[in-house]
Design a protein. Structure first.
Length: 310
């Protein structure tokens, strides 16, 4: 019995990183096609729909579609993708690349390229028109990846974590620590503020350490507010995650922040990733402000927790 063929539709705003996402998917083994005419998209997606191991041995497919596509019509495309979601031989996901208007303007000024929706006008006009035109696709997307301020290596790791070949069926959970001064992680689904806990930064011995070090962990866990918070956090997430998965969500991002993103958020993210892995979830763990490079944990037959460099 064949399994559904993975198909990824990559769309979004011009200049937001669609081509970069397609390149990562190609490196992950996807057959990629960028900007085909809309009239052939249906046959392209349904041709050779067997997954690897089926009669045709077709690889996963990734297709870039945007306003440059010949015959582009957002209503026709949206209806067609909704119909394809119902096919039992296809596991279709829509990825929408976005960025704020200032970032897109800066990228266009750097490259000196014309916006496809404003070939004779200003890039700002094209950006505004495209955002409005593509709003239905953004609403229908399984994953909106905002590349504002996102370095290319971080984008690559995010795509790899979501679409890596060894990803088993079901929902993956991303747990990340961050510091509030540098802003919220733009892909976060759930955000928890840990700044109410005692801050190890003010202890000169603990300051150069991180939440991965035992003395810092002991300091944070000794805070009388930590244990009740931890009980409430896990008590909230443990019943929520199965409900998200039952609704078809394939990827959930949980972000934990503190002032510097070095102590309290790191310790709690470490603990949460371990807790969720023990519950049977596949977990990707990252620490945005630490800029650590840590090899993924060795694969095991049990739950998996991978540590990714941000």
């Amino acid at each position: 019995m064949s399994v559904p063929r993975p198909v990824v539709i990559v769309t979004g705003l011009s200049g937001a990183g669609k081509a970069s996402i397609l390149r990562v998917l190609e490196d992950l083994g996807h057959e990629t096609v960028d900007n085909p005419p809309l009239s052939v998209l249906g046959s392209l997606l349904t041709d050779g729909g067997e997954a690897p191991g089926g009669p045709s041995g077709s690889p996963p497919l990734a297709v870039g579609v945007d306003t440059r596509s010949r015959g582009f019509d957002v209503s026709i495309l949206s209806a067609g993708l909704q119909a394809l979601r119902l096919r039992p031989d296809m596991d279709l996901q829509i990825v929408f690349a976005a960025a704020d208007a200032d970032t897109l303007m800066h990228r266009y000024s750097e490259t000196r390229r014309r916006h496809p929706l404003a070939p004779e006008g200003s890039a700002a006009e094209g950006i505004a028109r495209e955002a409005e035109l593509l709003a239905p696709l953004r609403d229908a997307a399984d994953w909106v990846v905002d590349t504002t301020g996102l370095p290319l290596p971080d984008l690559r790791r995010m795509v790899e974590a979501r679409f890596r070949p060894d990803r088993a069926p079901g929902m993956s959970v991303s747990v990340k620590s961050f510091g509030f001064p540098k802003g919220l992680p733009r892909d976060a689904d759930l955000v928890f503020d840990l700044r109410f806990l005692r801050n190890p930064h003010y202890d000169p011995i603990l300051r150069p350490m991180t939440g991965r070090d035992a003395p810092v962990a002991a300091f944070i866990e000794a805070d009388p507010d930590f244990a009740p918070f931890w009980a409430h956090l896990t008590g909230l997430l443990d019943p929520l995650l199965p409900r998200y998965q039952a609704e078809g969500k394939k990827y959930l991002s949980v972000a934990l922040g503190c002032t510097g993103g070095k102590h309290r958020s790191v310790l709690t993210a470490e603990r949460l990733a371990t807790h969720l892995a023990r519950q049977g979830w596949r977990v990707d763990l990252s620490h945005r402000e630490l800029r650590l490079t840590v090899e993924p944990a060795a694969p095991s037959p049990g739950p998996e927790a991978r540590v990714l460099s941000p």
